[in-house]
Design a protein around this ligand. Structure first.
Ligand SMILES: [Zn+2]
Length: 174
């Protein structure tokens, strides 16, 4: 798990993220979390893309097995179940997670259009578990309570590699 500043991104990291996303990964500034095998799990992108577009999601879940597992949670109706937890201490922790997320991003670049905007529905709603799990994987347990619980409920685990073969042999399959 890693929050900014990030280590330099390798060409191989960008290649694998591009395979994971199914499109060329651009404006990558860091790998915020990795699979036990080393493949990227969470990619960090410039808060303002090269074409000028503001991009709020600095912790983007890119690992195919992880994203599929989180999509299953959403399909199972976990978002309203988790939103129902946003009271008392968990609600306060979620607000703090929102502030931490923006603080991490502002540490890279302050984009005025993104003022007060984090990701995933924070600080008061649950709108995208991918964004929240991405934050938990980047920041580590104890920062984003909803992302942490979603990760616990997911069939995917960051401790078990379920990666396809990303070897650089020309044709990309998967
Ligand atoms: Zn792996």
């Amino acid at each position: 798990m890693t929050t900014p500043p990030f280590d330099t991104v390798s060409d191989d990291d960008v290649r694998i993220v591009s395979l994971q996303l199914g499109r060329p990964a651009r404006d990558v500034i860091g790998i915020a979390a990795r699979c036990v095998c080393g493949a990227p799990t969470v990619v960090s992108t410039k808060p303002r893309l090269g074409d000028g577009t503001p991009f709020p999601t600095i912790y983007y879940l890119c690992h195919p097995a992880a994203t599929a597992s989180v999509s299953t949670l959403e399909a199972e109706g976990q978002m309203p179940a988790l939103a129902a937890l946003l009271e008392g201490d968990i609600g306060a922790q979620y607000q703090a997670a929102h502030d931490a997320y923006i603080g991490d991003r502002d540490g890279i670049e302050v984009v005025p259009e993104l003022a007060g905007v984090s990701a995933g529905g924070m600080p008061t709603r649950v709108k995208c578990l991918h964004a929240l799990v991405g934050h938990s994987l980047a920041a580590g347990a104890g920062v984003n309570p909803i992302g942490d619980i979603a990760l616990e409920r997911a069939s995917w685990s960051p401790t078990v590699c379920q990666c396809p073969d990303y070897s650089d042999t020309g044709e990309a399959e998967q």
